[in-house]
Design a protein around this ligand. Structure first.
Ligand code: ZN
Length: 460
């Protein structure tokens, strides 16, 4: 019996932004993929000898190849609760939505996650995390439902087993109907790692541990979750320093600012990443940099909720690892990573001026930065020989960019560029702006029905 021959894909003649440590770019270059990994990247056309061996030869003229985008913060179940509480602050928005989220179950979450992930793939995303923290008692396997969604679309997936155990009865923000007991949450977290976590270099699925936030989780759950994560080599994630309301809550309940509070609980280190970090102290930024603690920057959600503008340029200058995230779709109805690059550039400049953030810094955050945040920097995040072939190929010779000579400028400053091809581990999941493994119209029909079901359950 013959061993399976790995398939070979050649992309030739495209512009390439490799996002390697030197920021190497080619105005016309080539990439060769054999099996799941990149075996050649360089200037000029691919060697003609590849023609005989290639299963697929892509003429990349008029296109830009970048690493696939990495989304570092999300809540997939929220796709079917978009458009609620349009003018609320974070706390107002959450208290309006908790009763709706109490109605989710396996079926509605799978419809929500599938549509959301399909839409993310169409925006150039090859790896996404998900922070799922609502587990209604009668909801079934909602975490498994998100994993099924990712498998269907073909995305590399790092979901988290989130949790909440601090309800209104104990001075927390969420109603008792959406919180678990501490013991149940910890046992389910450990079980999720045992069932799904694959730490291998080729991994398509890794579980992280993610108590939701200081105002919805007890100290016991934070420290217990950290123990479990570190015993199993899983990463740790939570929301932090998102709003000044959160800071006031922490000062009142714990007598500490959010950054001090999590440091007290052992929640700093190269295995930890925080979502948002809009209001860190100078000391927080220094501690994150010193410990390798990472940040997921979510500019659209921060704008939608009026939370503020995160000091990302300062964090990058200090050496904090930073990735970009769309955040849950109930606070970012777009849900697209390409839109998020645009937003990250603009809000950094609104905060600190036109030289504070470049298009290339944004692209690096959204690729290599994200890979580092999720601990995959050795295998993902840049187009280099030996790395996994997670590649986005954008068409930049149409109306979006034909008159812009710099294709990276087109991608980050400009409007949406059509996605010609998206590879995950060398396998196409998007071709010519269409999903390969699912139909976006069908996904939308199912998510629309799930959304109506939730509205009905909540009496809205
Ligand atoms: Zn979030």
């Amino acid at each position: 019996m013959c061993a399976a021959v790995p398939s070979i894909t050649v992309i030739s003649g495209c512009a390439i932004a490799t996002v390697d440590p030197d920021g190497t770019e080619y105005s016309a270059g080539h990439i060769v993929v054999e099996g799941s990994r990149i075996v050649e990247v360089g200037p000029g056309a691919a060697d003609p000898s590849w023609r005989d061996r290639a299963d697929r030869w892509v003429d990349g003229k008029g296109m830009l190849a970048t690493p696939g985008l990495v989304n570092t913060h999300h809540h997939l179940y929220q796709w079917i609760t978009r458009g609620y509480a349009q003018d609320g602050t974070l706390f107002e928005w959450l208290t309006s939505l908790y009763p709706v989220w109490a109605g989710i179950d396996e079926e509605t979450v799978e419809a929500s996650a599938s549509a959301n992930l399909g839409w993310m793939a169409l925006s150039g995303t090859t790896l996404t995390t998900d922070h799922h923290y609502v587990f209604p008692r009668a909801g079934g396997d909602v975490l498994g439902a998100t994993i099924n969604g990712a498998r269907k679309i073909g995305l590399r997936f790092h979901p988290t087993r989130g949790s909440m155990d601090l309800g209104t009865d104990s001075g927390g923000l969420p109603p008792q109907s959406v919180v678990e007991t501490t013991d149940v949450a910890l046992a389910a977290t450990e079980a999720a790692i045992a069932r799904w976590h694959d730490p291998s270099p080729e991994s398509m699925l890794q579980i992280a541990v993610a108590p939701c936030s200081s105002f919805s989780v007890t100290r016991e759950l934070m420290t217990g979750a950290a123990e479990i994560a570190r015993a199993h080599g899983a990463r740790m994630h939570t929301h932090l320093c998102e709003t000044l309301d959160e800071e006031a809550f922490c000062l009142e309940k714990y007598g500490r600012k959010p950054g001090e509070y999590v440091e007290d609980l052992g929640w700093l280190g190269p295995d930890v990443w925080f979502a948002h970090v809009v209001w860190p102290t100078t000391q927080d930024v220094a501690r994150f940099a010193a410990t390798g603690t990472a940040v997921a920057h979510c500019p659209t959600s921060n704008g939608r909720l009026g939370s503020g503008i995160a000091p990302i340029a300062d964090m990058l200058a200090a050496g904090v690892p930073v990735g970009i995230g769309v955040d849950g779709s109930a606070s970012n109805e777009s849900g697209r990573m390409d839109d998020e690059l645009h937003q990250a550039l603009l809000v950094a400049r609104l905060r600190s001026g036109s030289t504070s953030m470049s298009a290339r810094q944004v692209l690096a955050m959204a690729t290599m930065g994200g890979a580092r945040v999720l601990g995959r920097q050795h295998d993902l995040g840049s187009l280099e020989v030996g790395k996994l072939a997670d590649i986005a190929l954008w068409r930049v010779d149409g109306v979006s960019g034909i008159d812009i000579t710099d294709p990276v400028c087109t991608l980050v400053f400009g409007t949406r560029s059509p996605l010609e091809l998206l590879l995950v581990g060398g396998s196409p999941i998007v071709e010519h702006e269409q999903l390969v493994h699912a139909d976006i119209t069908d996904l939308a029909r199912r998510s629309g029905a799930a959304s109506a079901t939730l509205r009905q359950r909540a009496g809205r």
